[in-house]
Design a protein around this ligand. Structure first.
Ligand code: G4P
Length: 526
């Protein structure tokens, strides 16, 4: 098959949601359609069970599950689908942000009872930064949820994106009758507990057909006709371009656990979602059809066995054809590596992969050569853009409790930071190191892993810090002046970039006012 055909058949996407909205359930149903799994219950949730917090082996085991389900590839109706899982726990949100850099589109699951929740808002911000196309699936219609118009308003208001419903629910909760597809003008009737792979769809040439009453009864038929007329007036046909630009989110309604509305979602997704897109290697736009292989690492997962410090680097292929056994150029280290071990992730299994194409995710066996953001090419120089670090929320100073193990601590910290477990900021003055995280649980993971894998013992001391701001200026002299006047608050991130460590919101505001020539950025990519 030609490279162009291989690209055209690929769809690489992520499912995002607030925990408990139904991401795992939806994933499982999608895999059932793809024949990638045979029965329900086969997909394990990657949620970290907080009851297991004190039991670190248990948490490690759960991380093991999340690596197994990180990428699930399956074939469906001639398409090759690469579904990327994202961590459910908000303390690992940074991992999710990075995973979103490797997808071409997103399906967002929303609980119809709860509406848009906080975690979804944050994830949507990341999608917006990258103009990632989003389809929304409003789930749990078998429960008494909020009014559908209300839910659409909620999405528009909280997520800052225009919506376009492609299906519409008839009733809800115990009176849930089904959904009407505004896209192909068909009716699907709801049956609870449905594990059916084929939803029966009734097509109506005209929604005024008296057939409708037969299926849903008089009052629901009247209500639906009224709704459809209004929705048609309000939204008209879907502007697919606007969806692909990330300006409009098509919305579906259904019930994942009942496998209802899922096939419709999948079929429409395949019709409208983008095939692998172009990306920027430094300033150069690289199309997927670009003959030479290129790709970047967006996730690194440590092996579960502390005695062997090997890891899996997850690489997203951006262009050309990957061939196992080839020598590829590592642009940061400026040398060639022979890639002899590579795996593809097929639902529950890993298997050796000999060839892979743009959109595919492969796992590379790594003994410490890769960092998040690293780029492999056939010789071209440059790095793929788009793996930003965000300012962490909580900062602690690293206190070394065992001076004899300083070397191990350095090594351990560096390797954990390469994996993206947290962010490390080295202060310019003295040898203070601040670790920044999104959630408390990350400190516990770091402490445990430093001890277990590197033999280093650390404590974390509280620090009065509000934000890490990456700084830049068009005026080098002004930047130097700023650095020398704020020396105690200047640090370097993992890439040696300059960071201003602000102690409080008010103080940051004051500094910003006093130094108008300095730009303060809240992500590392600007
Ligand atoms: P997550 O990955 O987004 O965190 O959510 P997950 O799929 O684990 O779903 C969270 C809970 O919501 C599960 O119940 C799941 O069964 C339920 N759920 C998912 N889809 C629907 C739906 O369409 N309708 C209803 N009523 N419930 C749904 P649980 O009790 O936490 O777990 P379980 O023991 O049922 O698996």
């Amino acid at each position: 098959m030609s490279l162009a055909k291989e690209i055209e058949k690929r769809r690489t996407f992520g499912i995002i949601s607030h925990p408990d909205a139904g991401k795992t359930t939806l994933t499982e149903k999608l895999l059932l359609f793809g024949g990638a799994i045979q029965k329900a219950g086969a997909v394990k949730s990657n949620k970290i069970d907080m009851h297991a917090r004190s039991d670190w082996m248990e948490i490690e085991k759960q991380r093991g599950i999340s690596v197994a389900t990180s990428v699930m590839a399956f074939e469906y109706e001639g398409s090759k689908i690469n579904l990327l899982d994202t961590p459910g726990h908000q303390d690992f949100a940074e991992d999710t942000y990075r995973t979103l850099t490797a997808v071409d589109s997103v399906i967002m699951v929303i609980d119809c009872v709860k509406g848009v929740e906080i975690q979804t808002e944050k994830l949507m911000e990341v999608c917006r930064m990258r103009n990632t196309p989003v389809i929304s699936f409003i789930n749990k219609l078998d429960r008494e949820g909020r009014d559908p118009y209300d839910l659409l308003d909620d999405i528009e208001g909280k997520l800052g994106i225009n919506v376009h419903p492609l299906s519409w629910p008839i009733g809800m909760g115990k009176d849930f009758r089904g959904v009407y597809s505004l896209y192909d003008k068909s009716l699907r009737l709801f049956k609870a507990g449905g594990q059916q792979l084929h939803e029966e769809a009734f097509k109506f040439a005209d929604i005024n057909s008296p057939e409708l009453e037969k299926y849903v009864g008089e009052s629901y038929a009247a209500q639906l006709r009224e709704d459809v007329e209004m929705l048609d007036d309000l939204y008209g046909p879907l502007d697919v371009e606007a969806y692909l630009n990330g300006d409009v989110a098509p919305v579906f309604f259904g019930s994942a656990v009942n496998n209802f509305g899922v096939k419709e979602l999948l079929d429409t997704f395949l019709k409208i979602s983008p095939a692998p897109k172009s990306r920027f290697l430094d300033e150069t736009k690289i199309t997927p059809e670009h003959k030479e292989f290129t790709g970047f690492v967006f996730k690194i997962h440590a092996n579960m066995d502390p005695k062997h410090r090997n890891r899996i680097a997850f690489l997203r292929i951006c262009s050309g054809k990957f061939e196992r056994g080839s020598n590829y150029y590592h642009t940061r280290q400026e040398k060639k590596f022979r890639i002899s071990q590579a795996t593809a992730f097929m639902a529950q299994d890993k298997e050796t992969v000999d060839e892979a194409y743009p959109g595919d995710i492969i796992g590379l066996y790594d003994t410490g050569n890769f960092k998040i953001g690293d780029t492999l090419t056939e010789g071209e120089k440059g790095m793929y853009r788009g793996i930003p670090s965000f300012s962490p929320e909580i900062f602690r100073e690293v206190i070394n409790k065992d001076a004899m193990k300083t070397k191990q601590l350095e090594k351990g910290l560096n390797q954990l930071m390469d994996e993206g477990v947290a962010q490390l900021f080295n202060f310019e003055l003295g040898s203070r190191k601040a670790v920044g995280v999104v959630g408390q649980l990350q400190f516990e993971v770091i402490q445990y892993r430093l001890k277990n894998e590197y033999g280093a013992t650390v404590d974390f001391a509280p620090m009065q810090l509000y934000k890490a701001c990456w700084i830049s200026s068009n005026d080098q002299k002004k930047l130097n002046e700023f650095i020398s006047s704020k020396q105690r608050h200047i640090a370097r991130d993992k890439d040696n970039k300059l960071v201003f460590m602000a102690e409080s919101k008010a103080w940051l505001q004051m500094v910003q006012d006093n130094f108008p020539d300095i730009e303060f950025h809240f992500t590392s990519e600007f």
